[in-house]
Design a protein around this ligand. Structure first.
Ligand SMILES: Cc1cc2nc3c(=O)[nH]c(=O)nc-3n(C[C@H](O)[C@H](O)[C@H](O)COP(=O)(O)OP(=O)(O)OC[C@H]3O[C@@H](n4cnc5c(N)ncnc54)[C@H](O)[C@@H]3O)c2cc1C
Length: 436
């Protein structure tokens, strides 16, 4: 086993998309970066639908060629069935030249971690950070397990990035992580099927074998306890339920699997897609209570990015995008602070402000929460004015596909974007039915 050093410029907790990306960016600049990851990659992870603007971040980190070479499924767009209405969004209608993807996250995250290593970051897997003591020289305590041995140690760093995902290690320790107060508090179960049919960009069901030549959509449908995703991957299809917590609290083990499979077998359209499919035994996983937000995601030499800094209902596939965005902002702020330590606090504030804007926007769009749960009305307006046109158009169009965006529409008006919003309504096209 290689030795974890006692000191470094930047220590990163977690090797998901956020951690690997910030590591790659800073290591490429020649800084001494150490990344500690609890798992051994490839490790399972949920979050397989990526929207097309993620590429601009992997262009910056340099991971784009490896992602392209992997040959993940390119998707045509999304189709939703919500409150009896069927909407279709096609990314090509917004002028995106590069595709949105369906990715196996174990493969995708491994690829990003390897890229961070290639960029010069020192990456240590099977190392859990157990304690964090902030300060000018922040100190981490770690435990390393592997090859039948357990080792313990500490690491001091000038900058610390918490990219530990839903663990939100630093924010929890500092009492800064808050579960959202809202009717929209969720948990999720998901599992995998072989041989599922899928829906194409025209709303037609296709057989599994056609996936090699026909682009699928991410299919989403609401049901009485929440909503469901159907994401065709190369070999398996990922199906997940996002459920209002109060509907199924306490459902464990076999009862949980029964609820999952019963739901899959009875919800219209989904049951048709899964009719020829087989559930992969043992593949059911879950995530308890979300959403949550974090106060002060960046200050001094401490940054919380990706899910470690906040998480909302994943209905619009913002999670990985947010992880990349946070990585780019944190890398920029840390680089500038290392060059000019006198302005360290200012760089952290700017980064925190931007991260908070994105969180507020995601939450307002996905859940319609405005003025609560850390969502700041003014920040959302400002964010919408700063987003590149194509991305803004896509976001305004998707705001038509669920019933949660009533308040968000008011925000669109208040931001002076009502006219644009109306023009985009037909890009979230209403379909009469899906052809099964
Ligand atoms: C049900 C559900 C569905 C989702 N669907 C989508 C989707 O379709 N599209 C999308 O873009 N996003 C989706 N997401 C969100 C997406 O999964 C996350 O936003 C994304 O993985 C965040 O990346 P990250 O790097 O911040 O964290 P993660 O990917 O969670 O990585 C964190 C890493 O930190 C490591 N770690 C944790 N604690 C420690 C520790 N103490 N010491 C060392 N290492 C540690 C973990 O092992 C892990 O590898 C979904 C989320 C959920 C819950």
């Amino acid at each position: 086993m290689s030795t974890i050093p006692p000191t470094c410029d930047i220590a990163i907790i977690g090797g998901g998309p956020a951690g690997s990306s910030v590591a790659a960016l800073l290591a490429r600049e020649g800084f001494d970066v150490v990344l500690l990851e609890r798992a051994r990659h490839p490790r399972p992870m949920v979050g397989e639908s990526l929207i097309p603007h993620f590429w601009k971040y992997t262009d910056l980190t340099g991971a784009t060629p490896a992602i392209k070479a992997e040959g993940f499924i390119a998707k045509a767009g999304g189709i939703t069935v919500w409150d009896g209405e069927i909407h279709r969004i096609r990314f090509a209608d917004f002028g995106f030249e590069r595709p949105a993807l369906h990715v196996e996250r174990d493969v995708f995250d491994l690829l990003l971690l390897r890229h961070a290593r290639r960029c010069g970051a020192r990456v240590f897997e099977q190392v859990s950070v157990t304690e964090v003591i902030p300060g000018d020289q922040a100190r981490l305590t770690w435990v390393r397990r592997g090859d039948g041995e357990t080792a313990r140690g500490t690491l001091r760093c000038r900058y610390l990035v918490d990219a530990s995902g839903a663990s939100s290690l630093v924010a929890r320790r500092l009492g800064r992580r808050h579960l959202a107060r809202s009717p929209h508090q969720f948990l999720s179960f998901w599992g995998y099927f072989t041989g599922s049919r899928f829906i194409d960009g025209e709303g037609r069901a296709r057989d599994a074998e056609e996936l090699a030549r026909v682009r699928p959509v991410t299919f989403v449908c609401a049901y009485e306890d929440g909503w469901i995703w159907h994401i065709p991957l190369r070999r398996l299809t990922s199906v997940g339920l996002v459920i209002y917590c109060d509907r199924v609290r306490g459902l464990e083990g076999e009862a949980r699997q029964r609820y999952f499979l019963d739901t899959c077998a009875r919800v219209p359209y989904l049951r048709d897609l899964l009719a020829p499919a087989r559930f992969v035994e043992g593949s059911l996983s879950g995530r308890p209570d979300f959403s949550y937000h974090v106060e002060r995601v960046a200050e001094d030499n401490l940054y919380c990015i990706g899910d470690a800094g906040g998480f909302v209902d994943p209905i619009f596939s913002h999670g990985v995008l947010n992880a990349f965005y946070g990585a780019v902002l944190a890398a920029l702020a840390i680089r500038e602070s290392l060059h000019d330590p006198a302005r360290r606090q200012r760089h952290a504030q700017l980064c925190a402000h931007r991260l908070h804007q994105f969180y507020s926007f995601s939450r307002a769009l996905a859940l319609g929460d405005i003025g609560v749960n850390g969502v700041d009305f003014e920040l959302v307006k400002r964010f919408m004015r700063s987003v590149p046109e194509r991305e803004l158009e896509l976001m305004l169009a998707v705001s038509h596909i669920t019933h949660r965006t009533r308040h968000f529409r008011r925000l669109i008006e208040a931001s002076g974007l009502a006219e644009l919003g109306r023009r985009l309504e037909d890009r979230a096209r209403l379909l009469e039915c899906l052809s099964m």
